[in-house]
Design a binder for this molecule. Structure first.
Ligand SMILES: *Cc1c(COP(=O)(O)O)cnc(C)c1O
Length: 462
């Protein structure tokens, strides 16, 4: 995919209009315009095609979301039928629509037993904004209006709206626009390789979990509303917590009078081998934020699953909750999401991936740890990461960070594989319908890309 080859005329036309008019999310505009965007035109199964005709294995399932794979006609048919029947109606003013009703009932069936209610949103960010408003409202209804602070973690990703970015623990996001907003605190993340590789991994997991206890004490339990965390931190670099971490967090939350919120936007709908990441780790949260895999990305839709503890108070004592979106429970998005969930359930896509392809993927992924550039290979279910290092022993990271990751990512695409870079951590989160043959292809392309990156380090490091 040499960038020097002449481009297809439609590619250069799209690229110049894109540069002229389109401000992309999370993008350095000058850098993008110097290069031109890759125009993705169609997709099927686990592959995407760009406007130059390159076929690329999508190791990221879009943006962690196309769990069911591309090209499921049933989802397109559901959208088409719903658009003809009722393209839009809202769920305000004591109205509802059949798709919103059916999706909420389906979610009650597929989620852990404490969840019988869902509040619909249009995205993961809106879900976390809803979480923030709902937990504060809950404590107000409980007669404890001062319980407002939400504890989140460094390097978390909870979205890009004001509340989402504030809950996120990313310094670069906070630096743009005076974030976080008041009432949000952050604690250490359970990132063994990045924070304390010299420590025993489970000792470190306990330390990272006990940071929650210390923070609650420091702020005063009477002021803390909730703790929010991703079961596995996704955008932060697929940070798999030590085995000791979640049981200790659970102990702390059980002892303290605060709500536990799982941000399941990535880990929901099968990513870790169970329907929800909370089930993989036995978390039992009070609230779960969902989006992405809910519709496998075919339509923008998210939600907050509200456990009985909170729902009973909202319903029983709440009065009007002054919160909601024009597109909450959008009928087309809801119809597509419900079709997606039925296919995941009826074809046992999550269970089949957990039994067959993900153990194979994880085994083959671990083989990459032998590569001279790889300091650690980790993962769970259908998500995994590689830490690129300058030297394994003694351990030395690349400085400045991020250049080698970006180089490796670009080489991967040249080799027909989407693998994302977070600093110098390479990550994958492929569709759950990946086959064993496609795992082999992914590993072969990743290995070739690592080899090439190793010989081209001089291009980015001096
Ligand atoms: C992607 C993501 C979000 C934000 O979702 P959007 O739909 O992009 O607003 C929130 N939390 C997590 C864990 C995510 O990965």
């Amino acid at each position: 995919m040499a960038q020097t080859a002449p481009r297809q005329p439609h590619t250069s036309g799209w690229q110049s209009q894109d540069s002229a008019h389109h401000l992309h999310p999370f993008t350095d505009y000058k850098a993008l315009n110097a290069k031109g965007s890759r125009i993705i035109t169609h997709a099927e199964g686990c592959y995407i095609w760009d406007s130059e005709g390159n076929k690329i294995l999508d190791g990221m399932a879009g943006l962690w979301c196309v769990n069911i794979g591309y090209g499921r006609k049933e989802l397109a048919d559901a959208a088409y039928a719903q658009m003809q029947e009722l393209p839009y109606y809202n769920n305000f003013f004591q109205c509802s629509t059949p798709p919103a009703v059916e999706l909420s009932a389906l979610l009650a069936e597929l989620t852990p037993p404490q969840f019988k209610h869902v509040f619909f949103t249009g995205s993961g960010s809106e879900s976390n904004d809803t979480v923030l408003r709902m937990v504060r409202y809950y404590w107000k209804l409980k007669g404890k209006p001062y319980k407002k602070i939400i504890i989140a973690r460094d390097n978390a990703y909870h979205g890009s709206t004001v509340a989402g970015a504030s809950l996120s623990g990313m310094k670069a996001m906070h630096a743009q626009g005076d974030l976080p907003i008041p009432g949000i605190a952050h604690i250490e993340q359970p990132y063994h390789f990045g924070v304390a590789p010299e420590m025993d991994v489970n000792e470190f997991g306990l330390r990272a979990a006990r940071a929650l206890e210390r923070k609650i004490d420091e702020l005063g339990e009477c002021n803390v509303a909730a703790f929010i965390a991703e079961p596995i931190q996704g955008a932060g670099g697929v940070i798999v917590p030590p085995d000791s971490y979640w049981p200790e967090i659970k102990r702390i939350c059980a002892e303290r009078d605060i709500l536990l919120v799982a941000d399941e936007v990535i880990t929901g709908f099968g990513r870790l081998g169970t329907w929800f990441g909370s089930q993989h780790y036995g978390i039992e949260p009070d609230l779960m934020a969902i989006a992405k895999g809910l519709s496998s990305g075919y339509q923008p839709i998210g939600g907050v699953l509200v456990g009985d503890k909170v729902a009973d108070v909202l319903i029983g004592e709440g009065g009007e909750f002054f919160h909601g979106f024009t597109y909450s429970g959008h009928p087309v998005a809801a119809a597509v999401a419900a079709t997606n969930l039925r296919i995941l359930r009826d074809e046992r896509i999550i269970e089949r991936a957990a039994e067959d392809v993900s153990p194979y993927l994880q085994r083959r992924w671990r083989e990459l740890a032998d590569h001279p550039l790889v300091g650690e290979a980790r993962g769970v279910g259908m998500v995994a990461a590689l830490e690129l290092v300058k030297s394994k022993s003694p351990r030395e990271d690349f400085a400045p960070a991020g250049k080698v990751g970006t180089l490796c990512r670009d080489i991967c695409v040249e080799n027909g594989l989407v693998m994302r870079a977070v600093r110098d951590t390479m990550i994958i989160s492929p569709p759950l319908v990946l086959s064993r043959e496609q795992v082999d292809e992914l590993i072969e392309k990743a290995t070739r890309s690592l080899d090439q990156a190793a010989t081209r380090l001089g291009e980015v490091m001096r």
